[in-house]
Write a protein that binds this ligand. Structure first.
Ligand SMILES: *Cc1c(COP(=O)(O)O)cnc(C)c1O
Length: 400
């Protein structure tokens, strides 16, 4: 195998890295990255097998550890995020699990934003806790709360920005400074922005997490995830993966490699559509409030525009309800769509529409939902690549 990637790769722009970084060609000289569907690798002789197993000689052994297609994806995403190392995983959730299992031990403490993905909250509250790792949840936006939650055993800060579904923006630089002060690592789930719109390492983050399932695939086909960071922090993450096995499949890695190649143009198009839709929603009489970081009306618009290139592809809004029944008003909008997909996934070419209060956030108490600002009239749109006028017309029916 020959490594075709340029040694000076870091000098390239992100869209160039997205197309070329990590590419390795086999003896056949294929132009498109090959998919290596093999569970194990053959050694030339017993001595080579022994050298590989004890780590004396680099090379593939077994696909739970490494696979050339998966390695190409890892190298490409690492180049795009500006990370020393990337460890690919079977899903976004297994990336978060691998991060926690690789970096923490019983007795350690996490400080996490309250506004993170629901399954991440469950993982921290109900699974990791059983193994003696406690989590304190704090405001996504109030840095003082992060500082106040720190304990002597705090080892990890965890946030997601923009948040789902209200698009709150966490100040990565400010929270990274607090983490550094207390000797904790800051992990940022960069799923909503991808490295095209936001590069957490340049803002002081230590770990970046991805659900590749979303924008990196971009067409809603397969599950995958990634953990990125410095080599010394990734060693434990890789050892967990190699031992426990939530490994990314070669087929999925191949899909994600192709997804990365179009990520820049897709993120630009998702963002442009989302901004146009957000502006239009603000002019609708039956829309009470629009949440989109790209709008000047967003409370953290300035911060968002400092740490992200655009407002991203997710827009949420509250439907006005004359009789105080927000849920009925929101469901009317959802049920009157014909083009939009009623599904909780995001990052797809197809626009998706979700009622968070009765789906993604249904299992938390009404009080907790209210405290989190998830009202009954709230709708989340993951804006796809259709013509924005068609998306507007589809929503206008139910808003009328
Ligand atoms: C979907 C998602 C995850 C989990 O990813 P899976 O690939 O579904 O396991 C984690 N974080 C965020 C922000 C997500 O949107």
């Amino acid at each position: 195998m020959t490594n075709q990637s340029d040694q000076a790769a870091s000098a390239y722009q992100p869209e160039t890295l997205a197309v070329h970084a990590g590419t390795v060609r086999s003896q056949f000289g294929e132009h498109s990255e090959a998919m290596f569907l093999t569970s194990s690798f053959v050694f030339e002789n017993a001595a080579q097998a022994a050298a590989r197993f004890i780590g004396e000689q680099p090379g593939n052994i077994y696909a739970r550890f490494t696979n050339p297609t998966v390695t190409m994806f890892e190298e490409r995403l690492a180049a795009m995020e500006g990370a020393e190392q990337c460890v690919a995983t079977a899903s976004g959730m297994s990336a978060i699990l691998a991060c926690v299992m690789g970096l923490l031990k019983a007795g350690d403490h996490i400080v996490a934003s309250r506004s993170i993905f629901g399954a991440t909250i469950n993982l921290f509250n109900n699974i990791i806790k059983k193994f003696g790792v406690e989590t304190t949840f704090v405001s996504a936006t109030d840095v003082a709360e992060w500082k106040a939650a720190v304990r002597p055993n705090t080892k990890l800060f965890f946030l997601e920005t923009p948040s789902n579904p209200l698009t709150e923006i966490s100040d990565i630089t400010a929270i990274a400074a607090v983490a550094k002060q207390c000797g904790a690592l800051l992990a940022v789930d960069n799923c909503f922005c991808t490295p095209i719109l936001q590069q957490p390492f340049t803002l002081g983050a230590d770990i970046v997490i991805h659900s590749a399932t979303k924008y990196i695939d971009g067409q809603g086909r397969v599950l995958g995830g990634a953990v990125l960071g410095r080599k010394k922090n990734m060693e434990g993450v890789y050892q967990f993966l190699r031992t426990a096995g939530p490994t990314m499949s070669a087929f999925n890695a191949w899909i994600f490699l192709k997804g990365l190649e179009t990520l820049k143009i897709r993120m630009d198009a998702h963002s442009a559509n989302a901004l146009a839709l957000a502006h239009w929603l603000e002019t609708q009489p039956n829309v009470q409030r629009v949440f989109y970081p790209g709008l000047p009306s967003h409370p953290q618009h300035q911060l968002a525009m400092k740490q992200q290139k655009t407002g991203g592809g997710i827009v949420s809004f509250e439907v006005a309800s004359s009789r105080g029944n927000g849920k009925a008003a929101a469901w009317r909008v959802i049920d009157n769509t014909r083009l939009l997909s009623i599904t909780a996934n995001l990052g797809d070419t197809k626009t998706t529409i979700t009622h968070p209060a009765s789906t993604t956030h249904a299992r938390i108490t009404p009080e907790a939902r209210a405290a989190a600002g998830i009202t009954d009239g709230l709708i989340r749109i993951a804006v796809g690549l259709e013509a924005v006028v068609d998306i507007q017309n589809d929503l206008a029916r139910g808003l009328a």
